[in-house]
Design a protein around this ligand. Sequence first.
Ligand SMILES: [Zn+2]
Length: 276
Amino acid sequence: MKLGAHESVAGGVSLAFQRAAAHGARSVQIFTRSARGWSSPPLAADERRAFRRAARAAGVPAIAHGSYLVNLASEDPLVRGRSLEAVRDELLRCEALGIPALVFHPGSHPSLRRGLKLVARALDEVHSELPEIFVRVCLEVTAGQGNCLGHRLEHLEEILVRVNAPGRVGVCLDTCHLFSAGYDLSSESGTEAVMSEAVRRFGRRRIRCFHLNDSLRPRGARVDRHAEIGRGAMGLSAFRFLVNDPRFGDTPAVLETPDSSRYARGLRLLHSLIRK
Ligand SMILES: [Zn+2]
């Protein structure tokens, strides 16, 4: 795995790389715009250039995380319209920055079947409007809080089966979300079984990135609360398995905990789990 972290873009998107270097991160995830607002000013041309320059110099792969407000399963025409617009805008930002993967949670809907259909339809709409872009939407597995879709791998698989262009959709696996959704990541053999299921359902190449987080809450709690590696309910077995899984040797895998001053510690711990 290319072990990295979600880095702040305060002061400009290109600054994420120097923060990553300071933390010892070998991959980086960023927000390309405010994650909690519907609109953001466009990226200035000099910011785009600075980002591409910094990315080349760092040699560190970047992925992006989309806005938390987006709900591609919404029935509300206003929310749906805004969500589609936000995904389009964020895909174009990624395209301008040379970022190949944009992570979104699938969305929430009280009816699983109808919700998954709506997500697939929304992706089709976005894809037909942006036929040429290289960046891929990556659907992230969720903890299954409330009506959130995507807390079973088969939910993501169903979306992939339904979309017109499955080759344009990737998957992001978050260890905290999987554990909280009930998957057994408490042992290496449990983790191996979950990863083998994911590879079987999606294909290894579609698994474009990982979020490596421990969970504050117990397995199956279906509550999305990230904890630092080794400081939550999961223990280290899942992480030990993943950092040594040759199928994901080149896959970006980022920490997503609020205190970035603890990233260096977390990354050192993960590196120490790699078998020599
Ligand atoms: Zn995540």
